[in-house]
Design a protein around this ligand. Structure first.
Ligand SMILES: [Zn+2]
Length: 135
């Protein structure tokens, strides 16, 4: 996995990746309507406020909405197929396209399964992935 391509950082996304490097899932939150904003932007897509959303740490927990199991290796470090590509809805509302780790790929994954973020090292930062929440 360490061969995977690091994310491209921009001035707008840098706080997100700085958070990931520190082991925190940070999202923007609108200062007007208070809804969370993802992916990072310079404005609020919910209420249209041009005030820059503020960065906040989040719970890092969510639920599995949907997934596929990719069985074909892909250049860029995804040569360890099979792996899970999933849509996770965070407790705070935004949805992330991500990977689910530490699961048995021979069994179906339960939808709505509670998941918790983890960070896969990638270059100078980490990429958020999720594993089943241990209760
Ligand atoms: Zn707003």
């Amino acid at each position: 996995m360490s061969d995977r391509i690091p994310p491209a950082m921009t001035p707008i996304t840098a706080p997100y990746w700085d958070g990931a490097a520190a082991g925190e899932l940070r999202l923007q939150r609108c200062v007007v309507c208070t809804r969370f904003v993802f992916p990072p932007r310079t404005f609020c897509p919910h209420c249209g406020s041009a005030s820059p959303p503020r960065w906040e740490s989040t719970s890092g927990v969510g639920r599995l909405l949907s997934y596929i199991i990719a069985r074909v290796p892909v250049p860029g470090g995804y040569d360890e197929a099979p792996y899970v590509v999933a849509l996770v809805e965070l407790q705070e509302g935004p949805r992330l396209l991500t990977n689910i780790i530490d699961v048995d790929l021979d069994k179906p994954l339960p939808l709505d399964m509670p998941v918790t973020v983890s960070f896969e090292p990638r270059g100078p930062t980490g990429v958020p992935v999720f594993r089943p929440t241990v209760s």
